[in-house]
Design a protein around this ligand. Structure first.
Ligand code: PEP
Ligand code: MN
Length: 359
């Protein structure tokens, strides 16, 4: 090798090492700025500051690189620092296992989400005293600890049955109390958080409201346990961000529910995203529920998918059960009748009571 080149390459190596040291030092300082910005709730991206730096860098550019090349090189450095600052942030999310490694348990009445696997069951909508009490009696006799039922229903058509409202809340509460169950019901509006909290043990935020940030914050301020459904077309990350809205208000009692996402598939009502549910178990410390009713809309798929979900380690499965689904006022085809629920339970029982089944 030509000795003059060798010598100059030695120079280049020395400068590379110096640049590396300077870049690392710069990254550490950018990280420290990022921490302060996070603490103050400021954005890491500051376009005015970037313009300012590019302005003096090009003004002081001695060449031989053109201003355009200098800008391009420094923009890459800025971008790398931003990515670093945002990655540091991720570690600080309240939902994250990196913030809290141990599983969160949410206790409601006799039920512990994050303890032994649970079933949440009950009708889609609360329709009458008789319907609610018969269902609660039937489910409680089978060891179901959490009763569901909608009093405020999010219906696709504004002309469809919208739920019984406060009268429904009252019926749900009374039925749950009579049979020693916890009661979960949906709240759709910030103005109803207070009244729903008076009757329910768990506030449900439905798929259609997962992006309703005002509602998430209000539920966060309520300090009630919250069952947060994943949005119809929400990514796993958006679902976790929605949980973060609740957690950031000081409410740590969040339960995540995967209820199927919209895909091109038409033979099921939605597509159960089991990967999303397992990611939720792995990346967050929150209890995770899989709603096989809304995920499939097909009764024959519910037991196999519940088995898959429980085997994958989720904390609860959610199903709709109605004494007479044919005359139900919503979701007729996807609610199980009592006989179907018994068959369902027989198919999943070994996964709900692993100790008893093997002992
Ligand atoms: C429900 O559980 O009653 C419901 C409407 O579910 P989702 O919000 O998941 O559609
Ligand atoms: Mn329903």
């Amino acid at each position: 090798m030509e000795p003059r080149i060798l010598e100059l390459r030695g120079e280049i190596d020395r400068i590379n090492r110096e640049l590396l040291k300077l870049l690392s030092e710069r990254a550490r300082i950018a990280g420290a700025i990022g921490d302060i910005q996070t603490e103050l709730g400021l954005s890491h991206y500051d376009p005015v500051r970037e313009e300012e730096m590019l302005a003096y860098l090009t003004a002081e550019n001695p060449g031989p690189f053109s201003d355009a090349v200098i800008k391009k090189l420094f923009k890459e450095i800025f971008k790398a620092s931003l990515v670093l600052q945002e990655r540091e942030d991720k570690r600080k999310f309240l939902y994250s296992r990196e913030t809290k490694p141990e599983d969160t348990q949410v206790r409601v009445k006799n039920a512990v989400f994050g303890g032994e696997p649970l079933i949440i069951a009950g009708p889609c909508a609360i329709e009458s005293e008789e319907q609610m009490f018969t269902t609660a009696e039937f489910l409680a006799a089978r060891g179901v600890k959490v009763l569901r039922g909608g009093a405020f229903k999010p219906r696709t058509s504004p002309y469809a049955f919208q739920g019984l409202g406060v009268e429904g809340l009252r019926l749900g509460r009374a039925a749950a109390d009579k049979y020693g169950m916890a009661f979960v019901t949906e709240v759709m509006d910030t103005r109803d958080v207070e009244v729903v909290s008076q009757y329910a043990d768990i506030l449900q935020i439905g798929a259609r409201n997962m992006h309703n940030f005002a509602l998430l914050k209000e539920a966060g301020r309520s300090h009630m346990p919250v069952l947060l459904k994943r949005g119809l077309s929400a990514t796993v990350e958006e679902w976790f961000y929605a949980a973060e809205y609740i957690l950031s208000q000081g409410n740590g009692q969040v339960i995540l529910a995967e209820r199927g996402i919209r895909t091109y598939e038409k033979w099921t009502r939605n597509t159960l995203d089991l990967s999303g549910a397992v990611l939720a178990k792995q990346l967050t410390h929150l209890p995770v529920v899989v709603d096989v009713t809304h995920a499939t809309g097909r009764i024959e798929l519910m037991a196999p998918l519940a088995r898959a979900a429980l085997a994958a380690g989720v904390d609860a499965v959610h199903v709709e059960v109605h004494p007479n689904p044919k005359v139900a006022m919503s979701d007729n085809n996807q609610q199980m009748d009592f006989e179907q629920f018994d068959a369902f339970l027989n198919q999943v029982r070994d996964l709900l009571e692993p100790a008893r089944a093997s002992g």
